[in-house]
Design a protein. Structure first.
Ligand code: SF4
Ligand code: SF4
Lengths: 157, 320
């Protein structure tokens, strides 16, 4: 069903329980064809998202991260997504400095009824990440291995 | 700077009876960096030193002294840290007495040592306009500010004298040094994404995970509850892997986002000389653009990640 040909990439989606997770469900119930690269992590609210979840995901080998929650003013907990918006905007400055292309991370708002919109968000984000290809990985091994790099053959994972 | 040192000593002598402790600087074990001095009795006042070697930001000691009446000697950049601590209600204004100083720049001990070849025999340092003069065994040696001063001094706004309870020297005029040396952030921006990752991989492979950067940070107030040492959640694992060390730097940067005043303590404290303030600088720049906010300026302002606006003027969300 993949809209993008070839190798699947690792894209992590952090979705709030009340809007976007339900929106993804709506898309599923409507049987909308979607790319299958996305792995969803369900959270109570985007306000629960520590920006470090996203950093950790990239360090552990994600190629893209998508955050989605309730539209502003529609948060189940009234203000979680307002805080999230500020945090995620701030995070956007950190990622490129450590070598994560800005196109690998996005956040958006999808409500429970917007199955069609969910489909198009997933499709365009997946396409965007595929255009960038897989994320360059850290070398495996410890700092000592790295210092001895010319001597050892680093295994790329 | 003999005269402002005398002014400072007089002010501290006068205020000391009403205070539990005054934090200042004294000669350190190394001739290029002065050490903190905790003054509790008048006899200690004579040991105070004040010159461009007083690089350490003493504000980090204040949260731990909460509940006591503490005096603190502060350069312009140090005052910003104190203001940030006040903004976050980590210290109480009525318990802190700020002795502001007219600072003309602070020495970066690491680059000064490299420039001089050794820290031996350095007796005095003076900054006048465009040059920094070290008197080494009686001989003057001149350097340009970019060679031997901390990079933060190039963007210095001076101390906000209005916030200081006492002020020694001319009120809050910042030094003017012209163009700053190229920053790590600028160097990184010239690289592609993979090069940036490799840059950090190489830098972080030298990190010894001593967490001095954290201990020196005036805003890292979590003490034994630091995310770097928690097992649940296990943010960083214990392997000696550059990825984990970079993860810690990301934690430090994000935990100080919108709070960091770029006092430079993390880099100054790092025994490996790693450019760990770079991530914080990048976040600060964004926070300035998006929230029009700088940390540690106004004690009554709320840090940007502690609040929100329903309509954010400068946030442009992606259209799908
Ligand atoms: S890095 Fe974060 S958790 Fe650790 S002491 Fe600093 S603010 Fe606290
Ligand atoms: S001070 Fe330097 S060596 Fe120590 S943990 Fe921080 S970055 Fe690593």
């Amino acid at each position: 069903m993949s809209v993008t040909e070839g190798k699947e990439l690792r894209i992590i989606g952090f979705l709030c329980n009340w809007c976007s997770y339900a929106g993804a469900d709506t898309a599923g119930v409507g049987r909308f064809a979607q790319p299958t690269d996305l792995r969803i992590v369900r959270l109570p609210c985007t306000g629960r998202i520590n920006p470090l979840f996203i950093v950790r995901a990239f360090m552990n080998g994600a190629d893209g991260v998508l955050v989605s929650g309730c539209h502003p003013r529609d948060c189940h907990y009234s203000e979680g997504n307002f805080y999230a918006r500020r945090r995620l905007e701030t995070l956007k400055a950190l990622l490129p400095v450590i070598g994560v292309d800005p196109g690998r991370f996005e956040y958006t708002w999808v409500s429970a009824s917007e199955g069609q919109r969910w489909r198009s968000v997933v499709a365009s984000f997946t396409e965007q990440v595929h255009a960038l290809g897989s994320m360059p990985r850290f070398m495996s091994g410890t700092s000592l291995d790295l210092c001895l790099r010319p001597a050892v053959q680093p295994r790329v994972f | 700077m003999a005269s402002s040192l005398d002014e400072l000593k007089t002010a501290i002598r006068k205020a000391l009876p009403g205070l539990d402790v005054v934090i200042a600087w004294t000669a350190g074990p190394d001739a290029l960096s002065h050490a903190p001095l905790f003054i509790t009795e008048e006899a200690d006042v004579a040991r105070i030193e004040w010159d461009p070697r007083c690089s350490q930001n003493l504000a980090g000691y204040l949260p731990g002294l909460r509940g006591k009446k503490a005096g603190i000697v502060a350069k312009g950049c140090d005052v910003r840290s104190i203001v940030e601590l006040l903004q976050e209600k980590l210290i109480d204004r009525e318990d802190v007495v700020i002795f502001g100083l007219d600072c003309q720049g602070a020495v970066d001990a690491r680059s000064a040592r490299a420039a001089l070849g050794s820290s031996r025999g350095v007796r005095d340092v003076a900054i006048d306009g465009a040059s920094v003069c070290f008197s080494v065994n009686g001989e003057p040696r001149f350097f340009s500010p970019g060679e031997v001063l901390q990079s933060k001094c190039f963007g210095c706004a001076g101390a906000d004298a209005g916030l200081c309870d006492h002020f020694a020297g001319e009120r809050g005029l910042p030094p003017q040094f012209g163009n700053p040396p190229e920053s790590t952030l600028e160097r990184l921006e010239a690289m592609d994404m993979e090069e940036r990752l490799r840059f950090w991989e190489t830098q972080m492979s030298r990190c010894i995970r001593c967490y001095a950067c954290r201990s020196a940070c005036p805003l890292c107030v979590c003490q034994d509850h630091c995310a770097a040492q928690s097992r649940e959640p296990h943010w960083v694992d214990q392997t000696d892997h550059p990825r984990e060390k970079l993860m810690f730097q990301a934690i430090h940067a994000l935990h100080t986002a919108g709070r960091c005043t770029e006092c430079g303590e993390c880099e100054r404290a790092c025994p490996m000389g790693l450019p760990v303030m770079t991530l914080k600088r990048a976040l600060n720049r964004r926070i300035k653009d998006v929230f029009d906010y700088q940390a540690g300026i106004d004690p009554n302002q709320t840090p940007p990640l502690f609040e929100f606006r329903e309509v954010e003027t400068n946030i442009k969300e992606r259209e799908w």
